[in-house]
Design a protein around this ligand. Structure first.
Ligand code: NDP
Length: 450
């Protein structure tokens, strides 16, 4: 049995029922096989086994009182996965579906994503099975304060610097930062995604979506194509989706879809960005509200999606940007995209495509960028926020945006060249996994058995 398969079996047997974690491990480990064959030192130093085991996992109760005076309890997590390259870094997710397995898959991916950015950041992820939907501002604040009351002792600017993810934006980061400051009496760069008025970075809000579009443009450039004039489909309607849509317009493309967990919008003339921001960032409403405001847009509720498919991916497009959540694009969706002539898939979300969907993209030879490469603009800008906090500076939007662009180009070059080095040009799954892993693994060997 190959070393990669041994590792996969180990991950499955040691972490039963953590299916998303198994999926992430399978994708990474199987694509590392050519590296393991070429460099036996990784097996000798048991890097595979070590990288599969989080350095620390914190699981805790989050008690809080709702507006009716009822006591509620949620389960909080912080998975401090790997610190070979720097302090732990990775977002918090607040969503009812959050489990230890979800956060382990996200934390595991984060190790290699952060490595690909070329910046000094280790991998982590955290969150809670708390559902922010329908909660009042006061409930969100009390929940965030309770969450931080337990977690603050494990965080610090050179220990662990969390950020946002699904369900965690500037409002939640603000409440958590306030509580951290109260408990520690320190105003320091312990969270990223902060408001620009008190230590945040310009460009952080836009970074993940913009970065995904920069990645798409880089992939198209080597194929002597460009986004200009392309019809694009985008899923999700949160932070990543919104700023993917915005940047697609900057490049002269036409994004025609957005979605949320209850349905999707198809707007053939192009998504109205102003309305999208009003509905999602200001009113925090559902997409039915978008359809009310844009009469020429079509709303399709999930109950009307074709059996087992995501209706977003049945809309014909040349480029697709999954920006909602994991496993939102399956093999049938992938086949539909390919049949409709899609030539590029660039993942704003983490692991949005199932393993079989990824296989279909690779077999078809289209430009496919996995999330750990395509959405790394977000964490990279978080590190830029840390750098600004540490030097007590605030950079202009243009400075930050220029750096994101450079970082995305570096990531593209790294995965592109690594795929060529291993004789599989254009296979950016292999390219990104090997490039990300190799740097972490070498650092672990140099730091000894810690
Ligand atoms: P948001 O909370 O801002 O938005 C999430 C969007 O995805 C919403 O439209 C939400 O719809 C939809 N969604 C969530 N869960 C589901 C589901 N089960 N089925 C269908 N739709 C769903 O999150 P972000 O935009 O920040 O994150 C989106 C993705 O990007 C995630 O995979 C995240 O891990 C990844 N990512 C985010 C980064 C960031 O900087 N924010 C950085 C790198 C990756 P609804 O409102 O109905 O739940």
């Amino acid at each position: 049995m190959s070393y990669a398969h041994e590792l996969l079996n180990r991950a499955v047997s040691m972490n039963p029922a953590e299916f998303e974690f198994h999926q992430a491990v399978e994708e990474v480990m199987l694509s590392l096989q050519p590296l393991f064959r070429r460099e036996p030192k990784y097996q000798k130093h048991r890097i595979g086994e070590r990288v599969l085991e989080p350095e620390r996992q914190i699981i805790f109760a989050v008690p809080w009182v709702d507006d009716k005076g009822d006591m509620r309890i949620n389960r909080g997590f912080r998975i401090q996965f790997n610190s070979a390259l720097g302090p732990y870094k990775g977002g918090f997710r607040f969503h009812p579906s959050v489990t230890q397995g979800t956060l382990k898959f996200l934390g595991f991916e984060q190790i290699f994503k952060n490595s690909l950015t070329g910046l000094a950041i280790g991998g982590a992820k955290g969150g809670c099975n708390f559902d922010p939907k329908g909660k009042s501002d006061s409930e969100i604040m009390h929940f965030c304060q309770s969450f931080m009351t337990e977690l603050f002792r494990y965080l610090g600017p050179s220990t662990d610097v969390p950020a946002g993810d699904i369900g965690v934006g500037a409002r939640e980061i603000g409440y958590m930062f306030g509580q951290y400051k109260r408990l520690t009496t320190r105003f320091e760069g312990v969270l990223t995604g902060k408001s620009f008025k008190w230590g945040g970075s310009l460009g952080r809000k836009e970074a993940t979506g913009y970065g995904a579009v920069y990645m798409a443009e880089n992939m198209l450039k080597v194929r002597k194509k460009a986004l200009e004039g392309m019809v694009c489909t985008v899923s999700g309607s949160g932070n990543v989706a919104t700023y993917t849509v915005e940047k697609l317009y900057h490049y002269g493309a036409r994004p025609v879809t957005i979605s949320d967990s209850q349905g999707m919008i198809h707007h053939p003339d192009g998504i109205n960005l102003e309305v999208l921001k009003q509905v999602k960032e200001v009113e925090r409403a559902r997409l039915t509200r978008y359809a009310e405001l844009c009469k020429d847009a079509v709303y399709v509720p999930v109950e009307q999606y074709p059996q087992g498919c995501n209706a977003v991916w049945s809309v014909p497009c040349q480029a697709a940007f999954p920006c909602a959540t994991q496993n939102e694009l399956n093999e049938d969706d992938a086949k539909q995209l390919l049949a409709n002539g899609c030539i590029l898939v660039c993942e704003g979300a983490n692991m949005p495509s199932t393993l079989k969907a990824v296989d279909a993209f690779l077999a078809a030879g289209i430009a496919y960028a996995p999330g750990k490469a395509a959405n790394a603009g977000g964490v990279a800008t978080s590190q830029l926020e840390m750098a600004q906090n540490a030097s007590m500076q605030q950079w202009s939007f243009e400075t930050v945006d220029k750096k994101i662009k450079e970082i995305m180009l570096n990531i593209f070059t790294s995965m592109h060249d690594t795929a060529e080095e291993f004789g599989q040009p254009g296979n950016y799954v292999l390219g990104s996994n090997i490039a990300g892993f190799r740097k972490v693994a070498d650092a672990m060997i140099e730091q000894g058995g810690v």
